[in-house]
Ligand binder design. Structure first.
Ligand code: GLN
Length: 534
């Protein structure tokens, strides 16, 4: 039997519910419990896969190919568990499933309504997560802010779960803001009081309040919240603003959050035993040497569009005792002419994923510059396709070589659609998604870094390397070091003319963890450090 923790947010969005949930998950795992996490998003999109990266930031992909909210990335990095299709559910998905059932006649003539049909479906996702993961504790974050029209069915569903289970099996956590008024330093609890009331009016009395605030909250503030919101003082904790997000669990533990949660759930946990987490953060704090990494993409105005990539870079940096300064470079502004100026002082260059034709030429110029100047290059997904186009055009002399995503009239379609993508009409959920096997060739950088022959990595793309050009590119110095054995698709390439030039068709950033850095990020950062020192 699993226990359930639900996290809601009040006052404003973006209050850090995701980090709060992930941190609690980490602490509960450290206390000896298995944890599964999920997020409910109240918007109408069936999944965030169709949303612009400018609006929604990165789309995180699970091993089973779910395109999800970026908070799932926090969950996986903090709790180090691979999540699934059950981990991110939107209003759009719930409604489309209920409507499909209705069309099939599954409801036997009933009038289909928000309560019970929509709420039952929502509850189904929570109970199914418990059944499938068999985790001791399921943590569910409700996206959005309490009081939004959109989130009402989700709040109602978790209210029902509370009513259906034993008191000690369900716990509510509400995260709120305690702001100051501009011009005065006084902290204000009124928004929290209102948010508490709003939640009460929807039938939920929170057990714990997690406060975000520009300043440290005093005992007096806690007393006030305790009085007005009817929670004991020991159930009010602050999620402080910290230098490293991985510090949040440590701060919450110091305030007794995990103890209080276990007490309310009537669970006896171990004291935190082998917690290398705190040591990891302490070691971060001692790092002084810096490393300059250029990240070239077209969504750089919103850093969240590359959240897992930048986090994996930062983590790999700390692992190698370097603080990473990411230089966010808009690919639309890079040309062969200005490349020298743009990339001055950089120790390594990464080109991550992306979609559409815009900004591609600047990325190709980036790959060319890195290659010709022996700067470590790491291409991810689109970044691999770019590297192929560059080498095809500039080394193999296939003039005008391109990806058909950008130019479907090119004479040399070195990156092209696979047959099974020709007739795809819907863009949602039809990419090559999730885990695929990859076999690594002996005596290559990839094999050396992974130190294993068969690996599994997560994908999210529609286009592939066109195998027709394999021989020509091999002659130009490309090593195809990783191949998907079932479909014979190119997964990793290396360029022999450079000291370090590695690119992959999959997304390694989704599997990197702060305390278990992904080998390709590790290899890239090590090569960049070497480049810097030379
Ligand atoms: N746009 C490319 C494709 O669809 C690359 C996708 C990506 O970088 N995630 O294949």
């Amino acid at each position: 039997m699993s226990k359930f923790i639900f996290i809601t947010g009040g006052v404003v969005s973006g209050i850090g519910k995701g980090i709060c949930g992930a941190s609690l998950g980490r602490l509960l795992k450290d206390r000896g419990f298995s944890v599964f996490m999920q997020k409910f998003d109240p918007y109408i999109n069936v999944d965030p896969g169709t949303m612009s990266p400018y609006q929604h930031g990165e789309v995180f992909v699970t091993k089973d190919g779910a395109e999800t909210d970026l908070d799932l990335g926090h969950y996986e990095r903090f709790i180090d568990e691979e999540l699934t299709q059950r981990s991110n559910v939107t209003t759009g998905r719930i409604y489309s499933e209920v409507i499909q059932k209705e069309r099939r006649g599954d409801y036997n003539g009933a009038t289909v309504q928000v309560i019970p049909h929509i709420t039952d479906r929502i509850k189904g996702y929570v109970y199914k997560a418990a059944e499938e993961s068999k985790a001791d504790i399921i943590i569910t974050e409700i996206g959005g802010t309490v009081g939004d029209i959109e989130s009402l069915p989700f709040i109602e569903a978790i209210r029902q779960i509370h009513a259906e289970n034993k008191k000690e099996d369900v716990l509510f956590i509400h995260t709120t803001l305690v702001p100051t008024i501009p011009g005065s330093d006084e902290l204000k609890t009124k928004p929290t009081q209102h948010s508490f009331k709003e939640l009460m009016s929807q039938g939920i009395k929170t057990n714990i309040i997690v406060v975000r605030s520009p300043e440290k909250i005093s005992d007096e503030i806690k007393n006030k919240i305790s009085l007005f919101c009817d929670v004991p003082k020991s159930a009010i904790v602050q999620s402080e603003n910290v230098d490293f997000i991985y510090e949040v669990p440590v701060r919450l533990h110091e305030q007794g959050l995990d103890d209080y949660v276990l007490h309310k759930l009537c669970l006896e946990g171990n004291p935190i035993i082998k917690n290398n987490w705190k040591e990891m953060i302490d070691s971060y704090k001692n790092v002084k040497t810096e490393l300059e990494i250029g990240l070239v993409g077209k969504y750089v105005q919103l850093h969240d569009a590359y959240l897992s990539v930048s986090q994996a870079l930062i983590d790999a940096g700390y692992k190698n005792a370097h603080k990473i300064n990411i230089h966010w470079i808009n690919s639309e502004e890079v040309t062969e002419e200005n490349a020298k100026e743009v990339f001055k002082g950089l120790d390594g260059i990464i080109v991550p994923g992306g979609f559409g034709g815009r900004g591609i030429e600047g990325m190709i110029a980036t790959s060319k510059y890195a290659r010709e100047n022996n700067i470590p290059y790491f291409g991810i997904c689109l970044g691999m396709q770019i590297a192929i186009i560059d080498i095809a055009r500039n080394v193999a002399n296939l003039e005008g070589a391109d990806s058909t995503e950008k130019d479907d009239t090119t004479k040399y379609p070195v990156i092209d659609l696979m047959e099974n993508q020709f007739d795809v009409e819907n863009i949602g959920g039809t990419l090559r998604l999730g885990n695929y096997d990859c076999k690594l060739l002996k005596n290559t950088k990839a094999r050396e870094l992974y130190n294993s022959e068969i690996i599994q990595e997560r994908h999210r793309h529609r286009y592939e390397f066109n195998n027709k050009y394999r021989e020509e590119l091999e002659k130009a110095g490309v090593i195809f070091s990783g191949i998907n054995p079932e479909l014979d698709l190119v997964e990793i390439i290396e360029y022999t003319g450079s000291d370090y030039f590695v690119a992959c068709q999959f997304h390694p950033e989704f599997k990197s963890r702060p305390n278990k850095v992904h080998p390709l990020f590790d290899g890239f950062i090590k090569a960049s450090i070497k480049n810097k020192n030379e």
